[in-house]
Design a protein around this ligand. Structure first.
Ligand code: NOJ
Ligand code: CA
Length: 557
């Protein structure tokens, strides 16, 4: 591995693990997860192979959007601990070789933030311009609201001054005015503050809305200039810090947020690929996923896509055509109570796939072998389910399942005193928990550990050139990643039938000439003769990771 190429760009082959302190581990028995509890679980994450923990919002908040409604950008919600506990958490993570990034939510504040309280108090208050106001009756914006079950406009009239303020999300989350230099200074200061405490960057919430200057009078400048400024500021504070952006837009628009010179967002979630993967799963046909990856824009070698199976929000299917979305609903969430906002699912993967272990493993094998950096949402590694009785997106934000005890080993408080309801039934703590998974050699957790180790041992995945391989089988997703003389061939069978695949070895960069074929998940090696084709047997929902090493190439596993 060349030092100049790989050692600094840690995000290119990281394993990111998203958790919410509130629901991860409770150290003091009040039913609410806290930093001290989560710190005790860092060894578990390190053992799993996680390299970067992403913390969902832990800031002081009235909790009307699960912490995405912030009242103080410099604090820690006192239910979760103190700033000192937070710093201990970061230090311990670093000691175990893991970085920590956190949600940066600066599109809006809570309406309880002191700035907004000031701003709404009078039209000439110095904080008035921290937010976006209009004096005239707004047009109908009902088609633009993000939460159609709760809001019908992105403007709300404020009683005292009789003007409307902009809110892209809930009406209790007024949008900050990023055209105001004073707001930009505050955002930079908050970034600087958390960087001093040891973070390695941020997951940036709602990037397009955050940068948007619509509805703001006067010339606000190019939003991409502002994003570049922010990135420059961050890089001055820490050269290896990242901005992992939430930009759920079609690829043509999304790619702009990486910046022409890879100088805006470092990484972006790939919402398009995620959604097409579900369409492929629903159809037993790998082609939608293959098309998405073929269409995926090329990015600079310093930038990276972040791949995921689900995140902390609804499993959004908003980028599918409505008929396609219906297919996915029909396959994986046919009941209304499983759906939300008309565009997404409230479910986690294992219940969606009827608990089929082979199919679940195939999906995670895919996650760790697609080009990009995988992001796990806590509990995925053990196969947790959801609680459909919980409101909206809270269905998947249930307490982490550590043991089969009453409160899942999450807390010593009784189940009815927990911050969020537990999952019940087949995917609840009685049947799915860390302690049992550790004991069971055939558990999903063990499998995930293997996948993560293999992924980290395969620089081809994070660094290499990705190519789709054509096969005559629509159900087979076949791709290769080439890097420095080594090639990985990866096969995933989306159907419930066994399939035999034959692939020629001499396409791409690898010349014919034989070599050693290593099956990375089975730990076997075979010699390949100079004229051999690659013949692969895939069981139903099967998956294979095969490495060809040609003589003289760098020594890998
Ligand atoms: C996106 C976050 O992922 C979501 O949970 C939140 O409600 C909105 N942004 C508003 O902050
Ligand atoms: Ca607690």
């Amino acid at each position: 591995m060349r030092v100049t190429d790989t050692s600094d760009l840690w995000w290119k082959n990281a394993v990111i693990y998203c958790l919410d302190i509130e629901t991860f581990c409770d150290s003091n028995g009040d039913g609410i997860g806290d930093f001290a509890g989560a710190a005790q679980r860092l060894d578990y994450l390190a053992e799993l192979g996680v390299t970067c923990v992403w913390l969902m919002p832990f800031y002081p908040s009235p909790q009307r959007d699960d912490g995405y409604d912030i009242v103080d950008f410099y604090g820690v919600d006192e239910r979760l601990g103190t700033l000192g506990d937070m710093v201990e958490f970061i230090r311990t993570a670093k000691d175990r070789g893991m970085r920590v990034i956190a949600d940066l939510v600066v599109n809006h504040t809570s309406d309880q933030h002191p700035w907004f309280k000031q701003a709404r108090s009078s039209k000439d208050n110095p904080y008035r311009d921290f937010y976006v106001w209009r004096s005239e009756q707004p047009p109908d914006t009902s088609s633009e609201v993000v939460f159609p079950d709760q809001e019908n406009s992105i403007w709300t009239k404020d009683r005292k001054t009789g003007e409307w303020y902009l809110h892209r999300f809930y009406s209790h989350q007024p949008d900050l005015n990023v055209a105001n230099p004073a707001v930009r200074d505050e955002i930079a200061k908050a970034i600087g503050f958390w960087m001093e405490l040891g973070l390695s960057g941020f997951r940036v919430d709602a990037v397009p809305f955050f940068l948007e200057t619509r509805g703001i009078d006067g010339h606000a400048g190019d939003p991409h200039d502002y994003l570049r400024d922010l990135r420059r500021f961050l890089s001055r504070r820490a050269g290896d810090a990242v901005l992992l952006g939430e930009v759920n837009l079609p690829y043509e628009q999304q790619v702009e947020f990486f910046g022409d010179a890879a100088d805006e967002l470092t990484m972006q979630f790939d919402f398009v690929t995620m959604q097409q993967m579900y369409l492929s799963l629903a159809r037993g046909d790998a082609r939608p996923l293959a098309r998405a990856l073929t269409d995926r824009p090329k990015i600079d070698s310093d930038s990276q896509w972040a791949t995921f199976v689900r995140n902390h929000d609804e499993l959004t299917l908003d980028k599918l055509m409505s008929s396609e979305r219906e297919e996915v609903f029909e396959a994986f969430g046919p009941e209304k109570r499983m759906q939300v906002y008309g565009r997404g699912l409230k479910r986690r993967l294992p219940p969606m796939l009827g608990g089929d272990p082979q199919r679940i493993r195939m999906v995670y094998s895919l996650l760790f072998s697609l080009p990009g950096t995988p992001v796990l949402f806590y509990g995925e590694e053990i196969g947790m389910g959801e609680n459909l009785a919980a409101e909206g997106r809270m269905s998947v934000r249930t307490p982490m399942q550590w043991t089969d005890e009453d409160s899942a080993g999450f807390s010593s408080a009784p189940p009815d005193k927990l911050v969020a309801p537990l999952v019940e039934g087949e995917f609840g703590p009685d049947n799915v928990n860390v302690a049992a998974s550790r004991r069971d050699r055939s558990s999903l957790l063990r499998f995930m550990g293997t996948l993560i180790r293999r992924y980290r041992e395969c620089p081809e995945l994070g660094w290499g050139t990705f190519t789709m391989i054509d096969t005559p089988h629509p159900a087979v997703f076949a791709h290769r990643c080439d890097w420095e003389g080594n090639t990985l061939f990866l096969f995933h069978n989306f159907s419930d039938e066994p399939i035999d695949v034959e692939v020629s070895l001499d396409s791409g960069d690898v010349p014919r000439g034989g070599g050693v074929l290593t099956d990375l998940l089975e730990d076997t090696k075979t010699e390949i003769e100079p004229d051999d084709d690659l013949k692969v047997k895939l069981p139903p929902y099967g998956y294979r990771w095969l490495r060809i090493q040609i003589p003289g190439a760098g020594r890998l596993w």
